[in-house]
Design a protein around this ligand. Sequence first.
Ligand code: ADP
Length: 547
Amino acid sequence: MRGLIQGRQLLISTLIDYAAEFHGDTEIVTKTVEGPIHRYTYGESQSRAKSMAKALAGFGVKLGDRIGTLAWNTHRHFELYYATSGMGSICHTLNPRLFAEQLTYIVNHAEDKFLFLDSNLVPLVEQLAPTFESVEGYIVMTDEETMPETSLPNALCYETLIKENDDDLEWPSFEETTASSLCYTSGTTGNPKGVLYAHRSTVLHSWAACMPDVLGINSRDTILPIVPMFHANAWGIPYAAAMAGAKMVFPGPHLDGESVWKLMDQEKVSFTAGVPTVWLMLLTYMRETGTTLEHVKRVVSGGSAVPRAMIEEFEEKHDCRMIHAWGMTEMSPLGSVGTFKAGVGDLPAQERYDIQVKQGRGIYGVEIKIVDDDGKELPRDGVAFGNLLVRGPWICDSYFKGEGGDVLDADDWFDTGDVCNIDAQGYIQIVDRSKDVIKSGGEWISSIDLENAAVGHPEVAEACVIGVPHPRWDERPLLLIVRDPGSQIGKDEMLTYLEDKIVKWWMPDDVLVVEELPHTATGKLLKSQLREEYADHKLPTAGEAAE
Ligand code: ADP
C-alpha cells in the first residue's frame, strides 16, 4: 500500500527558494577575485541565479547539458550552483590547480557546452581553449569595468548577462533523480573519473550536513568554506547553508593565513571548513602575529589526517573545536564526522584528543563496514583494520560514462580504497589507502603510521613509505625521507629514532634520503610513481629469502 503523502521532488532549486523566502536578508559576503569585499543577501542571490538561468536558457542550454565552472569560492560561483542545476543543466566544477592535460581531458570528456571562469584564470583558459572540443562560449565572472581583454572565442561578461536578463522565472520541475552536478576525482592512477551527483542525493546530503551530530549547520552560523567549491562541492556547504539560512562568507582565491584570519575576524565567522594545509597557514600566521580567533567555534578538517598538535593548538590557544571528518568525492563527500557522543566531552583533554584524531563516526545515511581481502567482515574493536566499504543514498553507483566499469559489489557496497579500523563507539581511524598498505607476510603495515613516526623527527621535512617486493615477505617497507636544510640525518639515525615508536616488524627494511618527493595536483604523495621507480630496489634484507 502506498503512503498517502505528497511526492514533491527534492530539487536543488528548493534550497535557494527557501533561503530567499525565510532568510532573504541574511548576508553572503565575498572577498572578490579583484580584491574588494562584496556583500548582498540570499534574496538578491536567488534573483541573480534566476537571471543567469534565463541567460543559459537563451543560449539553448537544456536539461542534462554540462556547464563548466573554473572558479574560486565567490558569490557568483554560488549563484551558478543554483542557476545551472536549478534550470536542469549540470554544474561541472573544474579544479584550476590540475595539470593542463587533465583539464583538457576533463572538459572534453564531460563535453562542457559553456565555461564560466574567474577573471584571473583567463590566461590559463586562453592557452587551453584551442584544445576544448565542445565549449561554445566563455563567460568571465566579473563586471564590465574589470572585464579583461581576451582572445577567448565568444567571451561574455557575467554581469552583462545578469543585467540583460530579468528574474521572472519559475524553476522547472523534474525527477529528483536528475543529474545536478559533476566533479572529477583527481585519480592518482589512470584518467580522472566523473562523479555525477543528483538533486535528490544533494538535498539528502544537505539535510545530513545540517544535523547537530554532523556539521550542525544552522541559521545562527556564519560559515567560511575554505574548501574549494571545485572540490566535492565544498563538501556540500553551499547547499546546506541555504537549507539552514546561514550567513556565508567566501574567500575568493585569497587563502593565505592573513587573508583568512582577517575575513574570520571582520565577519565574525563561527564555523569554517578546509584541509589541514590551510589550517597550518592560519595557525602560523596567528603565532607570528600574536592574534587569536574570537568568534570561530567549530573548525571542520578533512581531505587528509589532522595532526594531533593542530587539534590541541586550536583548542588550547583559540578555544575552537576541531572536528575531524572523512569522506571522498564519490560520497558527496561526507562519510564520518568527529562530533562527540555522550560522555566524550567530559573526558580528560588527552583522552579526548585520542578520539579527535580519529576520522569521526558514522553518520545516518552512510552505512559502513570493514572487511578483509576475502570480503569477511572484521570486528569493531579499534584494532582490526581492513578495507572500508560504504553504501547509501549519496554514494556514487558508477562513474560518468561508465568509466572504471562496475564499482559496486552484489550488495551495493562501494569500496572506498581506504583501510581503517572502527572502535566500539563507532569512531573510524583511517590507517592507509588500500593500494598503499604494505602487505608483509600476510600481515598489513600502515604506510601512514610509519610516515607519521618518521616526520616526528625534528630534521625530517617529509617522509614517504612504500612497499617494495621482497622474496620472502612479499613486500617490505622502504622509507624515503626529505631532510631539512642543513640536516645530515641518514639511515642509521632514522632507524634508531623509530625503534621505540613502532612495533619491530614494521621497521623499514631500508631508508633512502631523497631531494624531493612527487605529489599529485591536489598535494597528495604520488606513491604509484615511487612504487614504479623503486620496483627493482634491492632491499638489504632480501638475502633472507635464502635462509
Ligand atoms: P582525490 O581522491 O581527488 O584526492 P578526495 O577528496 O575524494 O579527492 O579524496 C578522498 C580521500 O582522501 C579519501 O579516500 C581518503 O583517502 C582521504 N581522506 C579524506 N579525508 C581524510 C581524513 N580526514 N583523514 C585521512 N584521509 C582522508
